[in-house]
Design a protein around this ligand. Structure first.
Ligand SMILES: [Ca+2]
Ligand SMILES: [Ca+2]
Length: 89
């Protein structure tokens, strides 16, 4: 019985520890990207001609300009909605 309880406590402790670790990592990332996070507009706001993809020209005045190649994960020169949502999520 005692062993069982210890094991459960150990599991919870481990879970809490990893949660705290995640939290710390997240907080750290948030600190660095806070400005960027707040600035990221909806897909529709960048896809100004509403053809369902963001071109480099459309991205030019947004945060996406610097990240275009990274966000365009299939490298076709256009950022689709799914590529964009992947990037901002
Ligand atoms: Ca477009
Ligand atoms: Ca693409």
């Amino acid at each position: 019985m005692k062993f069982g309880k210890t094991a459960i406590t150990g599991t919870i402790t481990a879970a809490l520890a990893s949660l705290a670790l995640c939290g710390a990592a997240f907080a750290g990332g948030e600190g660095e990207e806070k400005h960027e996070m707040a600035e990221k507009p909806a897909f529709e706001e960048i896809d100004t001609n509403l053809d369902g993809a963001i071109t480099k020209a459309e991205a030019r005045d947004t945060w996406l300009a610097a990240e275009f190649e990274n966000v365009d994960s299939d490298g076709n020169g256009r950022v689709s909605r799914s590529e964009y949502e992947e990037a901002i999520s």
